[in-house]
Design a protein around this ligand. Structure first.
Ligand code: PLP
Length: 419
């Protein structure tokens, strides 16, 4: 059945007056990605000639390793450009399957791996493939901006579980148990975390696994995109490696945007039981027919790189994390859960809400505070309300150390001017 025939379609069903605007109800229920919007804002101000420092983006400022660029250039020069397989090139899926064994001790056959146009698309395909109306997805907050809206786009209901600073913004087993209903389809786990940088330890993940085990319909979306940004003495553990019996209900989500600084190449991957992968391929076959072959050629080279090639990224970001911790200690009333990974700090800013600027303007929310920092000291931040938990600011250390010193000096000056 490929559509409704004219004869079977009831004209009367459409007689109700319908709104004339462009947006469907589904699209009206979501917003633009706030982090991308802040990025655009920063670009505009730079064009105006302002000395803007952006702590707003989750995008590395480092170069893509040379072998990746060469492999993609060579693929282009060979004239590669035929239709890619929807699920990804076989060599890339094989490479990802080897990587999952090498780095995570997980056995996935290439048929259990799917390549997509970014990690974001993996999450989208998974939600489209599995959610029915009424289905719920548990998302601990603070959360990465796109999870709830992707769930809404797919017709599901995000269930947000607030995780305060006193629990280091981590979902507890008790809170998870209390949030699960017979409508729960997925629980989203993201460690290392965007926007807080926090990392769940093995015991915390095992405790969550114990709860999930008791609810056979619930699946786990383990967003492990910051796998390589985890700082000593912490070590990365994939959720499925800590709870092997739940591997059959886990979707591992990962990609090339962070580990290899390839965000503009739009390439991510998922690993899951073959049936789920097949359902996601079905979605993807109707959405983008597969990922650009040239980007995949680069990704094949990336996945084969020795781990030392990306440890330089990690070393650089660990140095910055440590530097920002020093800079943050100079700013009063800006508490945060210490980040063990990713490239963010997430200070709460309750103490500054309700104060006034030098010219008497009230700061009523973290959105006002972010705007104030942008207007007065040209520093881009992202308000915590975008991540479902505030008042707070997300500060990314994706710019060089010298600029970080300058940015945090500016923030300290601007905050101390509020009264
Ligand atoms: N998941 C998390 C936690 C992220 O922070 C991001 C990007 O910032 C993504 C997914 C999306 O990554 P991609 O560029 O691969 O779509």
């Amino acid at each position: 059945m490929n559509g409704t025939t004219l004869e079977s379609r009831s004209r009367h069903a459409a007689d109700e007056p319908r709104p004339i605007g462009f947006e469907s109800q589904r699209v009206s229920s979501i917003g633009f990605s706030q982090t991308l919007a802040m990025g655009r804002r920063a670009t505009e101000l730079v064009k105006e000639g302002r000395d803007v420092i952006s702590l707003g983006l989750g995008e590395l400022d480092l170069e893509i390793p040379e072998p990746i660029r060469t492999a993609a250039a060579e693929a282009a020069m060979r004239g590669e450009g035929r239709s890619p397989p929807v699920e990804g090139l076989a060599r890339l899926r094989e490479g990802i399957s080897r990587k999952l064994m090498r780095d995570n001790g997980l056995q996935y056959s290439p048929s259990e791996v799917l390549v997509s146009g970014g990690t974001k698309q993996i999450i989208f395909s998974a939600m489209m493939a599995t959610l029915d109306p009424q289905d719920e997805v548990i998302i601990p907050a603070p959360y990465w901006v796109s999870y709830p809206d992707i769930v809404r786009l797919a017709g599901g209901t995000p269930v947000i579980v607030s995780c305060g600073i006193e629990q280091a913004h981590k979902l507890s087993a008790e809170a998870l148990e209390a949030a699960i209903t017979n409508k729960t389809r997925w629980i989203v786990l993201n460690s290392p975390n965007n926007p807080t940088g926090i990392v769940y330890n093995d015991d915390e993940l095992r405790a969550l696994a114990d709860v999930i085990r008791r609810h056979p319909r619930v699946m786990v979306l383990a967003d492990e995109i910051y796998e390589n940004f985890i700082y000593e003495p912490l070590l990365f553990k994939s959720f499925a490696s800590l709870a092997p019996d739940l591997k059959s209900r886990t979707l591992i989500v990962n990609g090339f945007s962070k580990s290899f600084a390839m965000i503009g190449w739009r390439i991510g991957y998922g690993a899951a039981p073959a049936d789920l992968v097949t359902a996601m391929i079905k979605v993807q076959s109707q959405v983008n027919s597969g990922v650009a072959t040239i980007a995949q050629a680069g990704a094949i080279a990336a996945i084969e790189l020795p781990l030392t090639a990306i440890s330089t990224f990690r070393d650089e970001y660990r140095r910055r994390r440590d530097r920002v911790a020093v800079l943050m200690s100079r700013i009063p009333d800006f508490p945060y859960a210490p980040p063990g990974g990713a490239f963010y700090f997430y200070p709460l800013c309750d103490a500054y809400i309700g104060r006034k600027t030098a010219d008497g303007k009230p700061i009523e929310s973290d959105v006002d505070l972010a705007e104030y920092l942008l207007q007065t000291v040209d520093v881009v931040t992202v308000p915590g309300s975008s991540f479902g938990f505030g008042p707070a600011l997300r500060l990314s250390y994706t710019c060089p150390e010298s600029r970080l010193d300058e940015a945090f000096d500016r923030i300290r000056t601007a905050l101390s001017a509020l009264h």
